[in-house]
Design a protein around this ligand. Structure first.
Ligand SMILES: Nc1ncnc2c1ncn2[C@@H]1O[C@H](COP(=O)(O)OP(=O)(O)OP(=O)(O)O)[C@@H](O)[C@H]1O
Ligand SMILES: [Mg+2]
Length: 348
């Protein structure tokens, strides 16, 4: 390298450049005039081997035109300094992803480009691996949700139809026995049995309804949510209101279920964390999107991405994303939290 670069300065530039962990180069007339050990090493050469090499030789064929053009853009002053990524060609033929930042300078009295290059191959690989693993995680979450819903539906059906049916027959038989018995002591026992049978029938119905809200299948989303809110208010003494005037959406069963579960989790959170006295659930559809807002007047939610082990909000967002939707939050009108779910009505 021309020592003139450091002329008049006490800083030992040559030492800095040669020991730098970043690759450095000087290109003139499309030819490497200087490369440091790091830059040459990235492509599998020694500095001596690379000095005098044509720029084109250092990059993969598909990047040659662009790389040479970028060189001339800097030389001509059109873009005196450019930062971009290119794909170098290693001596063994392997591609090497490089981020380069080059500027035009005068070298031996003529224009040249001096630049810094960093090997980002590993970084890109890790980025891709991370992306792929996020994708897999998403698929896994979607799969688990689907499986869970299917399993819940099946158990709910069996409980309702089979166990519920058996209990009802049992109750009818007990009633028949009751009609024939006249011993008071026997009547008392039969009375207890009847009571127990009725309680069992009710319990099975509640469990089955919890597992798979029948209203969702028979009456639609809005009615199912209305029933959910009513139960929520009974249990928690938090006033609730459904605003769904004119709401009429033809949603797939999977979408309706996802929306229902997200609202369910939101209400669980309100009961557990918000300290609210009122909840409003709004349902609306416009422009092919279903918009749901669940607003409470409690203490407010700090962040949608909590640290720690809680999975409620994460799984709500994941369910929304599964259908191309999103979950967001904003402060509620009366303090508290407003969760906003947006879901495309149909597959995009
Ligand atoms: N409506 C709300 N008002 C105030 N804070 C909330 C509300 N909803 C959630 N939070 C806060 O966000 C945190 C994360 O909620 P998330 O549902 O993810 O987890 P969790 O309810 O703590 O546990 P789980 O994993 O069982 O759901 C809660 O711990 C709570 O602090
Ligand atoms: Mg929760």
């Amino acid at each position: 390298m021309n020592d003139g670069m450091s002329e008049g300065l006490d800083v030992p530039f040559r030492g800095i450049v040669e020991q730098s962990l970043a690759g450095m180069y000087v290109i003139q007339d499309e030819v490497f005039q200087y490369v440091n050990v790091t830059f040459a090493g990235m492509l599998g050469y020694t500095p001596d081997e690379m000095t005098g090499m044509h720029l084109r030789q250092a990059v993969v064929p598909e990047m040659q035109a662009e790389t040479v053009a970028n060189f001339h853009r800097r030389i001509s002053g059109e873009m005196p300094s450019i930062r971009y990524t290119t794909i170098g060609r290693h001596r063994n033929g392997e591609p090497v992803h490089l981020e380069v930042h080059g500027s035009s300078v005068l070298y031996r009295g003529r224009p040249a480009v001096v630049g810094v290059g960093v090997n980002i191959t590993e970084q890109l690989k890790q980025q891709h691996a991370l992306q792929a693993s996020r994708e897999r995680l998403r698929e896994l979450a979607a799969y688990i949700n689907t499986m869970r819903e299917e399993q819940r539906s099946r158990i709910a059906r069996e409980l309702h139809d089979v166990v519920g049916g058996m209990l009802t027959s049992m109750k009818l038989d007990i009633q028949r026995i009751n009609r024939r018995a006249d011993d008071p002591e026997m009547k008392a026992i039969i009375g207890d049995l009847l009571h127990l049978a009725q309680e069992s029938i009710d319990t099975v119905r509640t469990i089955s309804e919890d597992l798979r809200p029948g209203a969702l299948d028979h009456l639609g989303l809005s009615s199912a949510l209305q029933a959910m809110l009513r139960q929520f208010s009974e249990r928690t003494e938090v006033a609730s209101q459904l605003q769904a005037e004119g709401f009429e959406a033809q949603l797939s069963q999977a979408r309706a279920t996802a929306t229902y579960r997200i609202c369910q989790e939101a209400l669980t959170n309100i009961a557990r964390h918000a300290g609210a006295t009122q909840v409003i659930l709004r349902l609306e559809c416009s422009g092919g999107w279903l918009n749901v807002e669940i607003e409470d007047n409690g203490r407010g939610l700090a962040s949608l991405t909590p640290t720690g082990k809680s999975i409620g909000l994460v799984s709500m967002a994941e369910r929304a994303r599964e259908f191309g939707g999103s979950l967001a939050s904003r402060p509620g009108a009366a303090g508290g939290t407003c969760l906003i779910l947006r879901l495309p009505m149909e597959e995009h």
